[in-house]
Design a protein around this ligand. Structure first.
Ligand code: SF4
Length: 403
């Protein structure tokens, strides 16, 4: 079996950004401490649901709390080679708390030498001491929520940092020996012009991060940003400008020596986000903490309670906080693997796919494939099926055929 990834959700932020609809709340020291204790309990009592070994097609959805604490389950030791602290703002935890969580992972799982251990950090939430502490605790990669170098846009987004904070944080990371740093950038901000975006990219690339993730701004109902746009306080984001920004990023990163390896991700050679590759290559991953999702790498997905305080209670009461499980049919598992795999620019090996899922993609999706080839959205290179340059821009249209 492929090595698994571990995802740890930290649901606290200093304040809420205007566009955010993630499962996160305001940081509060005592709750954070109780939450870390619950996390270490959940990790150390984790029992893996048995992997499917048959190709039955029964799709079932339901509550598996009972199963998650079933003491008859094997306490299987799994090999893991990536650990990812996401949020929220994981850099609001102290190095000691991060260290406790990593020790719990190390006691429950067999962690490979050289495992990638990522902590999401927000500029302005770290100091030289805390960064050195994370490093000493075992963190070796920083994913850095930079978003934009435009202070006015940062203010509109409700971010609590400035561009100067971002540069200072990067300096602190470099001084502490972090050479594997990823930037998150958001494109398509209200009123943002292509020229402003180009300056933004120049600023980002001048700092030579190992990895860049691009997010196109999505406006979610119920967020302050959605209200502000309705009230006309900012111009509506323009999807055509956002598409041009994406295109420009592909060109500029390529010229700067970055590999565009996934629809929204770019890296210097050898610096792919190894944890995120688990999601796109159908590898197993186990999520801990509120709202965390897990996948056994075969047919079972499950997810935890979303509310942090309720999650802590559930762990105290039952040792698990799973609220939903989904048993995929063989067909659904194959379709998921296909559209997730197509997010990677290298594409999907159809022969390997057939061996694993028993689906002959060429005949199963013959009509869609021929339609997409005519429209120059996909290409077949031997057994490799991949998106074309046009297909990358219209990927949702392609993926819809497999859902
Ligand atoms: S820092 Fe991230 S998770 Fe927290 S409120 Fe802002 S966008 Fe949401």
């Amino acid at each position: 079996m492929k090595r698994a990834g571990i995802y740890i959700h930290i649901p606290f932020c200093r304040s809420r950004c205007s566009y955010c609809d993630f499962a996160t709340g305001a940081y509060e020291g005592q709750l954070a401490e109780r939450y870390v204790s619950a996390l270490t309990t959940e990790i150390s009592t984790f029992k893996l649901a048995p992997a499917h070994d048959s190709h039955d097609d029964a799709g079932v959805t339901g509550d598996i709390n009972a199963r998650a604490v079933d003491s008859t389950r094997a306490f299987e030791v799994c090999d893991v080679d990536t650990i990812y602290f996401g949020g929220g703002t994981p850099s609001l935890l102290t190095p000691a708390q991060v260290g406790r969580i990593l020790r719990a992972v190390g006691e429950r799982f067999r962690v490979a030498d050289g495992a990638e251990v990522t902590l999401e950090m927000n500029p302005g939430t770290v100091t030289p001491e805390s960064v050195a502490g994370y490093r000493a605790a075992g963190v070796n990669r920083a994913s850095f929520g930079l978003q934009t170098f435009d202070d006015e846009q940062l203010r509109r987004l409700g971010r609590t940092h400035t561009a100067a904070d971002a540069r200072r944080t990067l300096r602190i990371l470099n001084e502490a020996g972090f050479d594997n740093v990823s930037f998150d950038l958001i494109a398509g901000l209200p009123g943002q012009t292509l020229a402003e975006w180009a300056r933004n990219m120049d600023d980002a690339l001048a700092l030579a991060p190992a990895h860049l993730s691009l997010y196109l701004l999505e406006v979610h109902e119920g967020t302050p940003l959605a209200d502000q746009l309705r009230q006309g306080r900012w111009p509506q984001p323009d999807p055509d400008v956002a598409a041009a920004m994406y295109q420009l990023l592909i060109e500029r990163t390529r010229a700067a020596g970055y590999e565009h390896y996934e629809i929204s991700n770019f890296c210097l050679p050898g610096r792919e986000a190894r944890h995120n590759l688990k999601y796109w290559t159908n590898a197993p991953y186990y999520g801990f903490g509120s709202s965390a999702h897990s996948y056994d790498g075969a047919r079972t997905r499950w997810s935890n309670e979303r509310d942090a305080a309720r999650y802590v209670e559930l762990i105290k009461e039952r040792g698990a906080a799973v609220v939903e499980t989904n048993e995929l049919t063989a067909r659904d598992a194959g379709a998921e693997a296909l559209f997730l795999g197509l997010r990677l620019m290298r594409g999907v090996d159809l022969r390997a796919h057939q061996t694993r899922f028993g689906t002959d993609v060429r005949s199963e999706y013959a009509d869609d494939l021929s339609r997409f080839r005519e429209a120059d959205l996909i290409e077949l290179d031997g057994d490799l099926l991949r998106l074309t340059r046009n297909g990358v821009l219209l990927s949702n249209e392609v993926f819809a055929a497999f859902v």
